[in-house]
Design a protein. Structure first.
Length: 130
């Protein structure tokens, strides 16, 4: 009974993580869509949109991985995308080109993604100490 409950909790946390990544991507789409049509926003919005949507896409791919090595590779790509997303969001915030409160909320969420992804990678590699 306990093992079954643990499996359900684990499955729910995986579903929640995927859902959070999906909702995060939607928030980024909304943010980018609100930018004025000015040259300074073109590059940043393109890069931010690519990196932020890549986080969830690679998490989904990792769930369908054919091996532990594939799983780690997809999570590693997702982590790199999360780190890149942090860069673009920080740049927007610090340049004053977007609402600081909104950006800080997004930065908090993507930082949590990075932490979860990094811990998952270490666990999958068997290098995480408890």
């Amino acid at each position: 009974m306990q093992r079954e409950k643990s499996k359900n909790t684990n499955k729910n946390s995986k579903t929640d993580f995927k859902r959070r990544a999906y909702l995060f991507a939607l928030e980024i789409i909304e943010l980018v869509d609100s930018f004025p049509n000015r040259k300074v926003y073109w590059v940043i919005s393109d890069q931010l949109l690519r990196s932020a949507t890549s986080i969830g896409a690679n998490i989904i791919e990792a769930q369908a991985a054919s091996s532990k090595r594939d799983f780690v590779n997809f999570f590693t790509h997702s982590l790199k995308s999360a780190n890149e997303t942090k860069f673009w969001l920080g740049l927007l915030r610090d340049s004053g080109k977007a609402d600081k409160d909104k950006i800080n909320k997004l930065l908090q969420e993507v930082t949590e993604f990075s932490n979860i992804l990094a811990a998952s990678i270490l666990t999958a590699k068997g290098k995480r100490k408890f």
